[in-house]
Design a protein around this ligand. Structure first.
Ligand code: GTP
Ligand code: MG
Length: 240
């Protein structure tokens, strides 16, 4: 065979071998990057799964936070019209007295956060047509606050009757009676009120407190009396 023919055969074979080699390299490159991409997709899927689970956990936690506070208590505030229920509630929640408070038509509900407790102070108006509804709210209450106008001697028998009617519905419900409007010169003292309201006849199973209060701008005594009520509520409810 002529040397030129031998050379061209050699060159053709080398060319063939080179083409095979590049095809193999190409196939290897494709396989490698397909796997790499797949594994990348796998990682991304796993990462997305983790992110999803994390978001679910966050959502559940925030839903837990939105759920009612585990230490939520209802303070039911009752008493005749004009006794000072709204004024007391306002003072307890805002630490200052409010001058012109309109009579409560229906009910008045205010929330107070204190010492990790949530107190729902619920007043039902004291006018005669609303007193009918008072006892409907007893079953959900953790404590009853009964407000009395200490200077309204003529209506004390009605207050006494309404209070005892409520107490006969629930023998255990803790009771705080507020001898309100102590700033008035004609206000009866707590000792006098205890007698007038027949509070010495209460059964011994019931926790009972009688506090002198004033819900006006009268001065330091006023602020102290309301602060005393607030502390008592927290103490009482924290132990339930
Ligand atoms: N001097 C004096 N006035 C008070 C006191 N507390 C309340 N008042 C006044 O008594 C009036 C009636 O007060 P409210 O707080 O509206 O009485 P309430 O018990 O909520 O009455 P209803 O919503 O109608 O059932 C208002 O003019 C108050 O400013 C107090 O401690 N001293
Ligand atoms: Mg009111």
């Amino acid at each position: 065979m002529a040397p030129s023919a031998t050379l061209s055969t050699w060159a053709w074979r080398e060319g063939q071998r080179w083409r095979h080699l590049t095809s193999l390299l190409f196939i290897a490159w494709k396989v490698y990057f397909r796997d790499a991409n797949d594994s990348c997709i796998g990682w991304r899927a796993r990462w997305e799964q983790q992110l999803g689970a994390e978001l679910q956990r966050e959502k559940a936690a925030s839903q837990d936070e939105e759920e009612p506070h585990s230490c939520e208590y209802q303070v039911l505030v009752l008493g005749l019209d004009g006794a000072g229920k709204s004024s007391i509630i306002h003072y307890v929640c805002n630490t200052e007295a409010q001058k012109d408070i309109a009579p409560t038509q229906g009910f008045n509900s205010v929330q107070l956060q204190a010492n990790g407790l949530q107190l729902d102070l619920l007043e039902v108006g004291g006018s005669q047509n609303l007193r009918f509804y008072w006892n409907h709210y007893l079953s959900k209450a953790h404590v009853l606050v009964f407000v009395v106008d200490s200077a309204d001697g003529s209506r004390l028998p009605i207050a006494q009757q309404e209070l005892h009617c409520l107490l006969s519905e629930d023998s255990q419900l803790p009771l705080i009676v507020l001898a309100n409007k102590q700033d008035k010169s004609d206000a009866l003292s707590v000792t006098e009120l205890k007698k007038e309201l027949g509070l010495h006849t209460l059964n011994s199973q019931r926790e009972f407190f009688l506090l002198p209060t004033s819900a006006t701008h009268a001065g330091l005594d006023t602020a102290n009396s309301v602060l005393h009520l607030k502390n008592l509520l927290i103490k009482l409810l924290a132990q339930t």
